[in-house]
Design a protein around this ligand. Structure first.
Ligand code: AKG
Length: 306
């Protein structure tokens, strides 16, 4: 009600939003507003109330507490090498083909694109097999609800020259949180190729260290207020063999991507996962709803939130 009234007066609305953000940060030690946290809690309660989900005796690949406490889990060796190699071939071939890719963000300061989405990820049916049954049952136990797919995407990050990276952020390469997302967002990162420190790995601060960095005064991606060294201290760097999976709560853990070295690139498959009231329908990959890349994400003047 107060927000609705305030929204009619821009100055008041701005002040209310800033206050909401300060309260959210103090209470939850991340970058979401208090009202967004309250909304997410309400959504979680509603989903748990409306679902008939009951934890079964299914094999679970990780402990819900680990994901809750640390904000991430690493799952190496989930898939047989023939599968990893087959997926690697399919993704590499697709992302190498200029007819099958679309820009992932607005052009960088020099007018070039440094990150490309695979336009039609549904053309790679093995991508759906990344939702390993043991991973699904563990995530459902974590949610206390069924799993829903918010999106499935595949992209390639290219080397960003230093002088371009210095001007402005190109592809989520500054420490940040994902904000204002649907309740319970967990991202699944799948490494298509072996990733070394030369390949622009993903970096993440576990939840305890993220809390510490917020207490130390972390600001935001544009003005972090802490040095790059401090922000990077103790970070988990996703340097790992092809086929490795990381699940991460990117709304509560600081994270960033990084630029591969000259001539190198990093291919990634990413699911955005959410809790839901009913089980996932088999055959979901054929429903464009899950794999469509929205106009907003490709409009050059309006870069996507990562
Ligand atoms: O490209 C990456 O490694 C991840 C980008 C990112 O920040 C995200 O997906 O939340």
């Amino acid at each position: 009600m107060l927000r609705q009234l305030a929204s009619r007066v821009p100055f008041v609305d701005g002040a209310v939003h800033r206050f909401d953000a300060v309260l959210g940060r103090r209470r939850y030690l991340d970058s979401d507003t208090l009202s967004h946290h309250r909304w997410c809690e309400g959504e979680f309660e509603r989903i748990r109330r409306e679902t008939d989900y009951r934890a079964g005796a299914n094999v679970q690949l990780f402990r819900a507490e680990d994901l809750r406490d640390q904000g991430y889990v690493l799952l190496p060796d989930l898939f047989p090498s023939e599968f990893v190699e087959r997926l690697q071939l399919a993704v590499t071939e697709a992302l190498d083909d200029p007819r099958r890719i679309i820009p992932r963000q607005k052009p960088a300061a020099d007018g070039n694109q440094y990150s490309w989405y695979l336009a039609d990820v549904a053309s790679i049916p093995d991508a759906a097999r990344l939702l390993h049954p043991g991973l699904v049952s563990a995530l459902e136990a974590y949610y206390g609800a069924y799993l829903r797919i918010n999106s499935l995407k595949c992209w390639r990050n290219l080397h960003i020259p230093d002088e371009v990276a210095e001007v402005s952020e190109v592809y989520s390469d500054r420490w940040h949180f994902d904000t204002n997302r649907a309740a319970g967002l967990i991202k699944l990162f799948y490494l298509v190729h072996d990733v070394t420190s030369e390949d622009g790995p993903f970096h993440l601060q576990a939840r305890p260290r993220t809390r510490e960095l917020l207490r130390m005064g972390y600001g935001d991606r544009r003005n972090p207020r802490l040095s790059r060294e401090t922000l990077g201290e103790g970070a988990i760097t996703l340097v790992a063999p092809a086929g490795t999976v990381m699940l991460a709560n990117t709304t509560t853990c600081l994270h960033r991507s990084s630029s591969p070295g000259p001539g190198r690139y990093r291919d990634l498959i990413q699911f955005q996962l959410l809790p839901w009231t009913v089980p996932l329908e088999p055959g979901w990959l054929d429903d464009p709803h899950f794999t469509r890349i929205s106009a907003r994400e490709t409009r050059p003047w309006d870069p996507p939130a990562s």
